[in-house]
Structure formats: structure tokens, C-alpha cells
Design a protein around this ligand. Structure first.
Ligand code: HEC
Length: 144
């Protein structure tokens, strides 16, 4: 059967129609994770900040409060290598340090969403590229 014949074949076009119907019913599917890595995030934020992330500064930043009630460690724990616990809901949070959680920092949209939200909660503003680079440098340095 030629390609054209197979395309015109009734069962082939039925399959195409079904696929399209299914796609339109289900709508756009969420993009699967793993479009980035912690190392890529670190180099991206470092480049944007114009200097490499500093782990020692990231550690201080992570553990400190910044004018509000919570620090990053209030929910993610210190060091953030084990399960965290949400400071207000008590919900369990997967480890933030990438060596302890293969999913951490693998999904750009998720990373950006949580950076925005958590920085607003802790600093009442978004984190700068330099602060994100420092936090990443600190987290990447945490090894089992
Ligand atoms: C009020 C609780 C809370 C605080 C405070 C908090 N976080 Fe989070 N954070 C969460 C929760 C909940 C998630 C989502 C966890 C999940 O779904 O895996 C998360 C996820 C993240 C992620 C995404 C990680 C990933 O899976 O790729 C980053 C990055 C992050 N937090 C950074 C920070 C930083 C930096 C601070 C401090 C400025 C901070 N968080 C403070 C609750 C918090």
C-alpha cells in the first residue's frame, strides 16, 4: 500500500479523526517535566546576574527571614535534604536539594512558579537573579 493509499484508507482517516477528536476533548496536555536541570538553572541565573551563584551566601539567604514571618527553611527544612513541611498547611514537601530529589529543578514552569510564589511569601517581592543563583549554588552543593 502506498503512503497516499494508506492516508486515504478509511481506517487510517478514522484513526486520524479519532485522534483529533480525543485531542480536542482532552485539550492541551501539560508539558512533561524534565525540560531543564538544576545545573542549567544555576548557569542561567548566574549569567543573568552577571556573577556566579555563591553557595555560602545562598545558605545564609535560605535560612534567614527577610522582614516577614517565614524563611525558605520554614517549609523546606534545614538543610533542605529531607521532606519539608509546609509552615501553615502542614503538607509534606519533597526535598528541595536536587541530589535528594530527582524531580527538583527539572521543570522550568514549576521552578518559576514556586520561586515567584515563595519569594513573595518570604521577601514580599520576587527574588533577584543573583539570589536565585546563590540558592541554586547552595542546594546543588548539598550532597548525601
Ligand atoms: C510557606 C511554605 C514555603 C516557603 C516559606 C518556601 N517554599 Fe518553596 N515550595 C513550597 C512548596 C509547597 C513547594 C512545591 C513542592 C512540590 O510540589 O514539589 C515549593 C517549591 C519550591 C521550588 C520548586 C522546586 C522544584 O520542584 O523544582 C523552589 C525553587 C522553591 N520552593 C524555592 C523556595 C525558596 C528560595 C524559598 C525562600 C525564598 C522558599 N521556597 C520558601 C513551599 C514553601
Amino acid at each position: 500500500m502506498t503512503l497516499l493509499q494508506s492516508l486515504l484508507h478509511p481506517s487510517a482517516s478514522l484513526a486520524v479523526a479519532l485522534t483529533m477528536l480525543l485531542a480536542s476533548v482532552l485539550g492541551p496536555q501539560p508539558v512533561l517535566a524534565a525540560d531543564t536541570s538544576a545545573a542549567q538553572q544555576l548557569s542561567q541565573w548566574s549569567a543573568q546576574a552577571g556573577s556566579p551563584g555563591n553557595a555560602a551566601r545562598g545558605q545564609v539567604f535560605f535560612k534567614s527571614t527577610h522582614g516577614a514571618e517565614w524563611s525558605c527553611s520554614s517549609c523546606h527544612g534545614v538543610p533542605p535534604t529531607g521532606q519539608g513541611k509546609h509552615a501553615s498547611t502542614g503538607k509534606s514537601i519533597s526535598p528541595l536539594a536536587p541530589a535528594f530529589n530527582a524531580q527538583a529543578f527539572t521543570d522550568t514552569a514549576k521552578v518559576n512558579k514556586w520561586f515567584r510564589r515563595n519569594c513573595k511569601d518570604v521577601l514580599s517581592r520576587e527574588c533577584s537573579a543573583g539570589e536565585k543563583a546563590d540558592v541554586l549554588a547552595y542546594l546543588i552543593n548539598l550532597k548525601p
